[in-house]
Design a protein around this ligand. Structure first.
Ligand code: 5GP
Length: 215
């Protein structure tokens, strides 16, 4: 994948969403995709087991570690990383399929994946979703599942590690209120679509048409 074939001048949007677990990123992502039919979710490959509500090909492509490693060796991934003991990766195929049918792709990936995508495609826009406070994050983590104290403590520690990488992202959206956070995410999409790089071809076509009238 290069910036020529993955983003930028043709207006194809590469939108990366990252956050610590419990910040509300999945809700924001689902709402964004609900409002923007022109954006497609990038379904990652993972070696972790499916959760009860997850469907193969919708949340993830679930594969065994040997299959995942074979894909790594074959150069099938745009990015991949180990997260919480499991392997996760975005296939080049997933991005190519999105390019064929949509005007942009949304990645739900961690900071390691965000870094790799940005290195290959500097035009990609990365958004970090931040909870309003660690106290609120802890409250959300405790309320959403029947996890024991040790699990909540581990997730909180992981969250601090993830938040430490906020500095590598283009935008930080504080999710204090989901409707407000949604509006901020929409504003990011709008701002990105309005960037010169996404509209240069149109402007140049106009100038070419004018030039050809007066040789
Ligand atoms: P979960 O197992 O809870 O669905 O996801 C755990 C973490 O892995 C989340 O932070 C999620 O953003 C990240 N993740 C999911 N898919 C990918 C991927 O393809 N690449 C990378 N680098 N991280 C991913």
């Amino acid at each position: 994948m290069s910036s020529d074939d993955a983003g930028g001048s043709d207006g194809f949007l590469l939108l990366i969403l990252s956050s610590p677990s419990g910040a509300g990123k999945t809700t924001l992502k689902n709402r964004l995709l609900g409002r923007h039919a022109e954006l497609r979710f990038s379904v990652s490959h993972t070696t972790r087991s499916p959760r009860a509500t997850e469907v193969e090909g919708r949340e993830y492509h679930f594969v065994d570690p040997d299959t995942f490693r074979a894909m790594v060796r074959a150069g099938a991934f745009a990015e991949w990383a180990e997260v919480h003991g499991n392997l996760y990766g975005t296939s080049l195929r997933e991005i190519a399929d999105a390019r064929a049918t949509h005007r942009g792709v949304v990645f739900d990936i961690d900071h390691q994946g965000a870094r790799q995508i940005k290195a290959k495609c500097p035009e990609a826009v990365s958004v970090f979703v931040l909870p309003p406070s660690l106290e609120e994050l802890e409250r959300r983590l405790r309320s959403r599942a029947s996890d024991d104290d040790a699990t909540v403590a581990r997730r909180l520690a992981n969250a601090r590690g993830e938040i430490a990488h906020y500095g590598q992202f283009d935008y930080v959206i504080v999710n204090d209120d989901v409707s407000a956070a949604e509006a901020k995410l929409d504003a990011v999409v709008l701002a990105e679509r309005s960037k010169r790089v996404h509209n240069a071809q149109l402007a140049e076509r106009m100038l070419d048409a004018e030039r050809s009238k007066t040789p």
